[in-house]
Design a protein around this ligand. Structure first.
Ligand code: PLP
Length: 356
């Protein structure tokens, strides 16, 4: 997609920073936003008027297609600050490629790479005080695209807004997660949009997740929509199963989001001599492994929580408990990943991206 050089990035400065009103010791995830936001319009076939400006409300027509047809995609990534005050991103090119892949699937025009990185890095510098050093602290980055053409006809919009928001995030331990294995509802299907970070994918999970919550579980592990036989992912996280000392995760497909965390864990495991298999795994195999005590761990992997250990899973109203183990893969991989992200260990894969 062409970015009109005649439409350079402009910056509108804030008058007063909100930062002193924020309690960085008690951050709720995704609740507080920084001083700035990025906004860029797509009109007449090109992206124009890119601007970094004070965070504030949008004014768009209630007829905007995003409200009626859900034409919207997003990304989730993080920035980190090391003890020298330097800012780092983690594999940001992967997120950039993925938002354009998601956009393509939703018939949204792709966004230019040079403008994405220029805007992201300039905004990170403007909001740099919002990034706190220390393992686990980070700045959550939310790029997203919405269809803004004011017309209630079911066809792709010819106008869009590309935005980036920042939200400071804290090291937190949410506790072990109890999950239900899906038997009826589905998150995605073959040929569908499961592999895209399409906004509607998440809304569709809220109702079945509420049902699981009523029964004392926090999340659902989705299964294939045809037979509910194969374990897939958790809806905002990919899922790993450790049977004996082998890590198993479902192969990515049309139905599964190709997570950067997942991909990084697989690379780290291979580097460090831990056996890892990307293959189909059935609910039956999991139950059998639990029954014969070879199931050691289940954990989710995604940018927001990094790694979330699972303590219990339920299937056909039967609950299977995982015993606590020492030296879990979940904790080992979490600290390896965090140390790379925070520039406190070597980065043998070249995943860290310095912000200039
Ligand atoms: C974002 C997301 C993930 C995790 O991807 P990361 O790149 O690791 O953050 C997994 N599954 C779904 C459905 C997601 O939306």
């Amino acid at each position: 997609m062409i970015y009109q050089k005649s439409s350079p990035l402009t910056i509108e400065n804030i008058v007063n920073s909100k930062i002193n009103s924020v309690d960085f010791k008690n951050l709720k995830f995704g609740h507080v936003f920084t001083d700035y936001m990025f906004e860029c319009d797509y009109t007449d076939g090109s992206w124009v008027n890119p601007i970094i400006k004070p965070f504030g409300n949008l004014s768009i027509s209630p007829a905007s297609k995003v409200f009626h047809y859900g034409q919207a995609v997003f990304e989730g990534m993080k920035a980190y600050k090391d003890d020298q005050g330097k800012i780092w991103l983690f594999r940001p090119e992967e997120n950039f490629k993925r938002i354009n892949k998601s956009s393509k699937r939703l018939a949204i025009p792709e966004f230019p790479k040079d403008l994405f990185f220029e805007a992201l890095e300039k905004m990170l510098v403007l909001d740099k005080d919002w990034i706190k050093p220390g393992i686990g602290n980070s700045l959550y980055i939310r790029p997203f695209v919405i269809a803004t053409q004011a017309e209630v006809s079911a066809s792709p919009s010819n106008e869009y807004k590309f935005l980036i928001l920042f939200s400071p995030a804290q090291a937190y331990y949410a506790g072990d997660v109890k999950v239900v294995i899906a038997e009826h509802y589905s998150r995605s299907a073959d040929g569908g949009v499961g592999a895209a970070k399409a906004a509607g994918n998440y809304a569709a999970q809220f109702y079945p997740t509420n049902l699981a919550k009523e029964k004392g579980f926090q999340q659902i592990i989705w299964t294939d929509s045809k037979e509910h036989k194969y374990l897939e992912e958790a809806g905002t996280m990919n899922v790993f199963f450790r049977i004996n000392d082998t890590l198993i995760t479902a192969p990515v497909s049309d139905r599964i989001l190709d997570g950067v965390t997942r991909n990084s864990l697989i690379a780290l495991a291979k580097r460090d001599g831990i056996e890892v298999e990307e293959r189909k795994i059935t609910v039956e195999e999991l139950k059998e492994a639990s029954n014969n005590n070879t199931l050691k761990e289940i954990f989710g992997a995604g940018t927001a929580a990094v790694i979330s250990p699972v303590s219990d899973f339920s299937h056909k109203n039967q609950v299977y408990h995982l015993p606590k183990i020492k030296e879990s893969y979940a904790s080992i991989f979490k600290s390896k990943l965090l140390n790379i992200q925070h520039n406190t260990s070597e980065d043998s894969f070249g995943w860290r991206y310095p912000v200039q």
